[in-house]
Design a protein around this ligand. Structure first.
Ligand code: AMP
Length: 172
């Protein structure tokens, strides 16, 4: 899967100085790289996991989670920034470098007992993904795994998600 790395665009100092941004749009626009990404996740999560729902995290998780959900015969659930979802929500706050942020999910998006796969483009510190898992579990769902296109191995994302099945396609 490391061959997918050549489709990732690295943008220095975006969105602020010192951040090296990993841009997946250059992967998504390529028909074969997009197919390989979705097919690889489909293969990884078809055995045993069999999720009922694939949760995509705003906003880049939305760009491939529905395709994966379709392939896995699962439903798609969006996890969004505060104030975007119209109906009753559950929410979870998480720590940022400076301050905190919050994510929301519709309260009825995951039914008790459902198996849930959580996907996003990049796992860095793992805070966003862990907060999403906590919301899913508060709703009564079981997190069967995480799928990330990119894992930043110099940050402690995998440690933060220890105990869960964490799959990534490209590592830096
Ligand atoms: P974290 O909660 O620290 O694991 O950060 C993960 C979230 O921030 C994901 O939604 C990513 O899209 C985004 N993110 C963090 N670092 C980067 C990066 N270097 N390039 C692109 N997206 C990033």
């Amino acid at each position: 899967m490391e061959d997918l790395k050549s489709y990732i665009r690295e943008v220095p100092d975006f969105p602020k100085p010192g951040i090296n941004f990993f841009d997946i749009t250059t992967l998504l626009k390529d028909p074969l790289a997009l197919r390989m990404t979705v097919d690889r996740f489909t293969w990884l999560f078809s055995n045993g996991h069999r999720p009922h729902k694939v949760v995509g995290i705003e906003s880049r998780g939305f760009m491939f989670a529905p395709s994966l959900a379709y392939n896995l015969n699962a439903g798609f659930v969006p996890v969004r920034k505060p104030g975007k979802l119209p109906a009753k929500t559950v929410s979870q706050s998480y720590e940022l470098e400076y301050g905190t942020d919050r994510l929301e999910m519709h309260a009825d998006a995951v039914a008790p007992g459902e198996k849930v796969l959580i996907v996003d483009d990049v796992v860095a510190t793992g805070g966003t993904a862990l907060a999403t898992a906590q919301m899913v579990e508060a709703a009564g769902g079981t997190v069967v795994g995480f799928g990330f296109i990119i894992e930043l191995t110099f940050l402690p994302g995998r440690q933060k998600l220890s105990g869960y099945d964490v799959e990534s396609l490209i590592r830096y």
